[in-house]
Design a protein. Structure first.
Ligand SMILES: *[C@@H]1O[C@H](CO)[C@@H](O)[C@H](O)[C@H]1NC(C)=O
Ligand SMILES: *[C@@H]1O[C@H](CO)[C@@H](O)[C@H](O)[C@H]1NC(C)=O
Ligand SMILES: *[C@@H]1O[C@H](CO)[C@@H](O)[C@H](O)[C@H]1NC(C)=O
Length: 432
């Protein structure tokens, strides 16, 4: 089995376009969350009656900075993000396309939803104008696998072409699946990650109806996402994309990658189902526990060797509690204060199908730069009136408010999604 390393990163988030601005803003404790009242179509667009007013929107996105005009017109926003972040990651990895066997170069990029905007607009025009109003590009633009398809065409990548769509676990499943493809010899090198752009009033209305999104902090958008905090009240709908270049260590060595330019190694991947409820986790976090346990075991590690957990924690009352219960169970008997936990959703919100990919990049940067990014707004750990057990929230360093320097040898990244899916990837510092 091949060792698999990470050699290139690209991302677009509410904290910025690109890895460098996003990471700097994240470590500085900045928030990318804003009020829907700042949107130009707030009055006319259907936002007004929705009880949640907070979103995480990519700032200053201009597709023509990244794609030519004709190309960008043919791509839905989620695919545009993926094309731009892929270019950033390929440049970062310094892949020489002429020298690379493209039949061994694959793509695994997922999306939870695809193009919500195209579905909405074409449904509306079909209802009012009939058959002739449906655009020829409607179907190709909305499919969740179009980001992957377009990346493959643009760069001529002919290896495995894969898209996973497991709601909010999509991005992490894409990373884990790409790792498996390389480890098992299906490909030498992969573009992988997740992308999402569903900031649409109908989407926000749907999440509000499902009682998933925050409604208590409409006048304080930056305070709205508060994972593990006593006043947490729901997640913040957000958008963006995370893309990584994974390759076998042999492939990286053969093309002369500088060992210092290897960000991290993937050590193991775990996944499971809760088999419980379509949107709610089991309170004991059993599914999350099993996916984390599997990732640690398959890495050949013991829990006490893990230094940091980038939690899925979206700032919902029961989701955060269940995940915390699962972490407590996995690290039972370890020296508790050794473990740092944080949820970067406090800064960027919940990027749905892109979350696991973006958070994998945060986890990798944390390992590479020896720093734990903070959990913003964490004023009182646990203690939610709906039944947090304070003892279970006293265990770890949840990295409140400020980032913290720390050597990290191994870290876990968690992603869970509607449908009952749980996934975990274990990353480690690269050691020759
Ligand atoms: C319908 O879909 C096409 C292709 O995705 C898109 O360009 C168009 O803006 C959509 N909306 C309407 C109103 O047709
Ligand atoms: C991307 O896909 C669209 C269909 O959604 C297609 O029209 C376009 O030519 C593709 N662009 C590239 C660069 O592959
Ligand atoms: C495991 O997956 C379920 C599926 O919906 C998810 O809701 C839940 O949050 C995950 N488990 C835990 C403990 O977080």
């Amino acid at each position: 089995m091949s060792r698999v390393v990470v050699t290139g990163l690209g991302m677009i988030t509410p904290l910025g376009v690109g890895v460098t601005p996003t990471w700097a803003n994240l470590l500085a404790g900045k928030s990318g969350l804003v009020s829907t009242k700042t949107l130009p179509d707030y009055q006319s667009g259907g936002w007004k009656d929705i009880p949640c007013k907070v979103i995480g929107k990519v700032p200053q996105w201009n597709s023509e900075d990244h794609l030519d005009k004709a190309e960008s017109r043919r791509l839905a926003l989620f695919a545009q993000y993926a094309m731009a972040a892929t270019q950033e990651a390929l440049t970062d990895a310094k892949v020489d396309m002429q020298q690379t066997d493209k039949t061994r170069f694959g793509v695994a990029v997922g999306s939870g939803i695809g193009s919500f905007h195209d579905i909405h607009d074409n449904a509306t025009s079909f209802t009012t104008g009939g058959y002739k109003k449906v655009q020829p590009l409607f179907i190709p633009k909305l499919l969740t696998n179009m980001a992957a398809g377009n990346i493959s065409i643009k760069h001529g990548l002919q290896g495995p072409l894969h898209t996973v769509s497991t709601a909010c676990a999509t991005g992490l499943h894409a990373v884990g699946d790409a790792y498996n493809f390389i480890q098992n010899g299906y490909a030498d090198i992969m573009v992988c990650g997740g992308t999402e752009s569903s900031i649409h009033p109908l989407a926000l209305a749907g999440f509000a109806r499902a009682r998933s999104v925050v409604t208590d902090f409409n006048d304080d958008p930056e305070g709205a996402s508060r994972p593990f905090d006593a006043r947490r009240n729901g997640f913040v709908l957000s958008e963006g994309c995370g893309i990584m270049i994974l390759e076998s260590l042999d492939h990286a060595k053969a093309r002369g990658v500088d060992p210092n330019a290897i960000y991290a190694e993937i050590k193991g991947y775990g996944l499971s189902g809760d088999a419980h409820h379509i949107t709610a986790p089991k309170e004991d976090g059993d599914g999350a526990f099993r996916s984390m346990e599997m990732a640690v075991k398959r890495s050949g590690l013991q829990p006490h060797q893990i230094d940091y957990v980038n939690a899925h924690a979206t700032s919902t009352v029961i989701g955060d509690r269940a995940e915390n219960n699962a972490i407590v169970r996995l690290f039972e008997g370890c020296d508790d204060k050794q473990l740092s936990v944080s949820s970067t959703k406090s800064s960027v919100g919940h990027l749905l199908g892109a979350a696991g990919a973006v958070e994998s990049i945060f986890t990798i940067k944390a390992i590479h730069d020896s720093v734990v990014p903070p959990t913003l707004n964490l004023d009182i750990v646990g203690g939610h009136k709906g039944g947090d057990d304070p003892a279970k929230f006293a265990k770890f360093d949840y990295t409140p408010h400020e980032s913290k320097s720390k050597n990290i040898d191994y870290a876990l990244c968690n992603s869970f999604g509607f449908g009952g899916v749980n996934s975990t990837v274990c990353f480690g510092k690269y050691q020759a």
